[in-house]
Design a protein around this ligand. Structure first.
Ligand SMILES: CC(C)[C@H](C(=O)O)[C@@H](O)C(=O)O
Ligand code: SF4
Length: 466
């Protein structure tokens, strides 16, 4: 009998075109997403060498990082952003690549639109010149970020040279407590394993708490798997996965659907397969989470105390707390905040917006807080309008913007001013990430919405009581 294999190994092995002895492998790529930030030099390289895009039908482009989130019908004001987006438009035209650019009904953050359009499917290899490509792994595929020179490789050959990562299993069992979302699960795991805990590994998330999550909630977990240093994360596909994909724009239909479904149903880790590392967590141990520092591993339960800076604390802690202007040994609960950002490829899908709308319905945000909600795609925006979510948010004093990466990394006009505190549903709280001097606290959409209402870091469970 063949040796037991993990799901990761099964997908990887079927995509290997060639193995270099003692070297990397040539991996075939099923889907290649591109955006305006990491594609220009890759196209320039092709042009220089006179090479076409090999498989245009498996290359999908969108404009997300540099796009404004207001007045998207007008020319982009910011010169650099306009240049980036125009370059993408020109390259896609020249090379025959489909572009879901500004104004297109499918436009949105690359990791939101792939799954939403049914392009992202189980068993595939998926790459993009973007670290959070891991998001797609929620559908039981191998999805990972690549650099610009690799983008060029994939455009030219539909293959990429890779060394096979090690495998890791992270199992979360049990039932989540009230007010705890998948964002809290992943922030909790990173706080336990640190930002380097997954280095060199590809993670499979499993266990009853993961199985119980919706597809959108699973995406949040895989999205942030890379924040623990992993190459990516995946979750075995199940009925929820198939149900989610069925009927989407690019999902297989008819006989092809039946054929694919039969293949997808076999995508599982064998019972006795060995992982290089394994971790186990209990869902009951997880509180709503918030970060106090400047990397995603510096997170804690919302009622807990910021670690003290002392001889044994990491050298980064003191610097982080200084930047954040926070005191070791104190609680974050009750800390005044200035901004709330609900968006990014981590938490900008329709379920996130629904959760927020449910929470803020009939209430008003704190007067001193600016609350920005940026849908992950045009389709999410349209759905929110169709459900009346836009009106609920407006009445509560929140701004519903147009889709894009926005204040997740401030490559457009959406920036958090210097020294201001922002509770953000994004995935990175690095120094200056949301704007020079901006102070980011990562949290779930519920915790962010609660902070917008009270103007302070708030335990969402207190607001859920009534
Ligand atoms: C701009 C892009 C290369 C970058 C990434 O790879 O992650 C961005 O999406 C981010 O989140 O920092
Ligand atoms: S939303 Fe943020 S994390 Fe996601 S791709 Fe855009 S910039 Fe990167």
């Amino acid at each position: 009998m063949a040796a037991a294999k993990t799901l990761f190994d099964k997908i990887w092995d079927t995509h290997v075109v060639h193995t270099v002895e003692e070297g990397p492998q040539v991996l075939y790529i099923d889907k290649h997403f591109i955006h305006e930030v990491t594609s220009p030099q890759a196209f320039a390289g092709l042009k220089k060498r006179g090479i076409p895009v090999y498989r245009t039908e498996h290359t999908i482009a969108t404009a997300d990082h540099n796009v404004p989130t207001e007045n998207q019908h007008l020319p982009i004001k910011d010169v650099l952003s306009r240049h980036q987006v125009d370059t993408l438009i020109r390259n896609c035209k020249e090379f025959g690549v489909e572009l879901y650019g500004l104004g297109h009904p499918y436009q949105g953050i690359v990791h939101v639109i792939g799954p939403e359009l049914g392009i992202t499917q189980p068993g595939m290899t998926i790459v993009c010149g973007d670290s959070h490509t891991s998001t797609h792994g929620a559908f039981g595929n191998i999805a990972f970020g690549i650099g610009t020179s690799e983008v060029e490789q994939v455009l030219a050959t539909q293959c990429v040279l890779q060394r096979k990562p090690k495998t890791m299993k992270i199992q979360v069992d049990g039932e989540l407590k009230r007010g705890v979302l998948s964002k809290d699960i992943v922030l909790y795991i990173i706080s336990q394993l640190t930002t380097s805990g997954g280095t060199g590994h590809f993670i499979e998330f499993c266990g009853s708490a993961i199985e119980a999550l919706s597809m959108e909630a699973r995406m949040t977990i895989c999205n942030m798997s890379i924040e623990m240093g992993a190459r990516g994360g995946l979750i075995a596909p199940d009925e929820k996965t198939f149900e989610y994909i069925k009927g989407r724009q690019f999902a297989p239909v008819g006989n092809e659907w039946e054929k694919k479904l039969a293949e997808w149903q076999r995508l599982k880790t064998d019972t006795d397969a060995k992982f290089d590392a394994e971790y186990y967590f209990k869902a009951e141990d997880i509180e709503p989470m918030i970060t106090y520092g400047t990397n995603p591993g510096m997170g804690m339960g919302i009622t807990q105390f910021i670690p003290q800076v002392n001889g044994t604390s990491s050298s980064g802690l003191e610097k982080s707390l200084k930047y954040m202007e926070l005191q070791g040994g104190s609680q974050l609960l009750g800390h005044e905040i200035d901004f709330v950002f609900i968006g990014s490829c981590t938490n900008s899908r329709i379920e996130d917006l629904r959760l927020v709308a449910d929470m803020v319905k009939g209430k008003k945000k704190a007067a001193h807080v600016q609350a920005m909600i940026v849908p992950g795609s045009r389709q999410v925006e349209q759905q929110a309008i169709a459900e009346g979510i836009d009106l609920i948010l407006k009445e509560a004093g929140f701004e519903l913007r147009q889709s894009g990466c926005s204040a997740c990394l401030g490559m457009n006009e959406d920036k958090i001013p210097k020294g201001k505190y922002c509770v953000s549903t994004s995935n990175r709280n690095f120094e200056g990430r949301q704007g020079p001097g901006a102070r980011t606290m990562l949290a779930s959409p519920l915790t962010a919405a609660a902070a917008a209402l009270t103007g302070r870091v708030t335990d969402v469970r207190d607001l859920l009581k009534d």
